[in-house]
Design a protein around this ligand. Structure first.
Ligand SMILES: NC(=O)c1ccc[n+]([C@@H]2O[C@H](COP(=O)([O-])OP(=O)(O)OC[C@H]3O[C@@H](n4cnc5c(N)ncnc54)[C@H](OP(=O)(O)O)[C@@H]3O)[C@@H](O)[C@H]2O)c1
Length: 295
């Protein structure tokens, strides 16, 4: 069993991005710029946004954080997005989800200029992904593809089982793995909460991607010997023994499953770090498009 280490794979992606930025700056060009909007002060969102900013700075991107009050109106948020859409110095726009209940996530996502949609959630990006047209890929599935690439995991002709069909993880993941890409060409089964005999289906997977948000859901009896296990789940579980009062749990029972697997991502330290790598790559693509530089 080998650990798919998000720290190592993300560092490799970031090193290459930093080299590209250094070349751009040496050519007297501006740095790529990611703008993040954070509404309210949800603890997990604060952590994600801080990490995104830190990673931007590490590789020489500009990052701007726009904080809006929890009670901001939908119109207020949309008008901030409009300003960023029109600001030529901003390459990528990310609105940290989830949003307060009185704001429509759908409207917000649709209001982002598709050329700046570095989260890859806009219908234009989603449509392009389905059609195999180069586009912004949602950061988490993109990060998983980068992880497979970094560790050179064979995928062609393999049976991949994806658990979860959300628009941000499961569904785009299933499309990428089934696409004719260097780390695609899998036969994909996508499972969800209405899938009967999920355990048997999961046990047929050469590759299992668990993205359902149920801590420790995937047990040893649900995986075949030598399977590649990608754990996307991130759930905060109260734990008084921890300084922060909680621990993070993935969707895979790591202790049970790891010994049966050929490769496995840990939580934390796996997919989460790759998600940021995917976001940074998307931001550079947006920058190059804006600057008319060939990708
Ligand atoms: N590592 C990262 O960077 C990253 C990024 C994004 C999300 N995540 C984590 O990944 C997990 C999934 O996120 P998400 O946004 O995709 O969640 P989501 O929108 O809640 O979707 C969960 C999916 O799992 C399915 N599901 C739920 N319970 C199930 C069960 N018992 N059996 C089979 N399928 C089941 C749901 O099926 P239905 O469609 O039938 O309801 C749904 O399709 C969460 O823990 C989230 O925190 C991590």
């Amino acid at each position: 069993m080998q650990i798919l280490d998000g720290k190592i794979a993300a560092a490799a992606v970031k090193e290459n991005l930093k080299k590209e930025v250094d070349i751009l700056l040496a050519q007297n060009r501006r740095a790529p710029h990611l703008a993040v909007i954070l509404v309210g002060n949800n603890g997990a969102s604060e952590t994600y946004v801080a990490s995104k900013q830190k990673n931007c700075h590490e590789i020489g991107f500009i990052s701007t954080l726009i904080r809006l009050d929890e009670n901001v109106s939908e119109e207020g948020l949309l008008s901030e997005i409009k300003k960023l859409n029109e600001d030529a110095s901003v390459d990528g726009i990310l609105v940290q989800l989830p949003l307060p209940k009185h704001i429509s996530e759908k409207k917000v996502i649709e209001s982002i200029n598709p050329n700046k949609d570095v989260d890859g959630f806009h219908p234009v990006s989603a449509g392009n992904l389905v059609l195999g047209i180069p586009t912004f890929i949602p950061a988490t599935p993109y990060g998983i593809m980068l992880m497979l690439e970094h560790y050179n995991i064979p995928t062609k002709g393999k049976h991949a089982v994806v658990i979860g069909r959300s628009n941000i993880v499961g569904r785009p993941m299933s499309i990428l793995l089934s696409s004719n890409l260097p780390h695609g060409n899998c036969t994909v089964t996508i499972c969800h909460s209405h899938t009967p005999n999920l355990e048997e289906i999961c046990a047929q997977g050469d590759i299992v991607v668990a993205a359902l948000g149920k801590p420790g859901f995937v047990k040893a009896n649900m995986v075949k010997d030598g399977a590649v296990i990608i754990d996307v789940g991130i759930t905060r579980i109260e734990d008084a023994t921890k300084k922060k009062g909680f621990r993070i749990s993935g969707d895979v029972d790591f202790e049970e499953v790891a010994p049966k697997s050929s490769y496995i991502t840990p939580v934390p330290g796996g997919v989460g770090l790759m998600t940021i790598a995917g976001l940074l790559k998307n931001t550079l693509v947006a920058y190059k498009k804006a600057e008319g530089i060939e990708a």
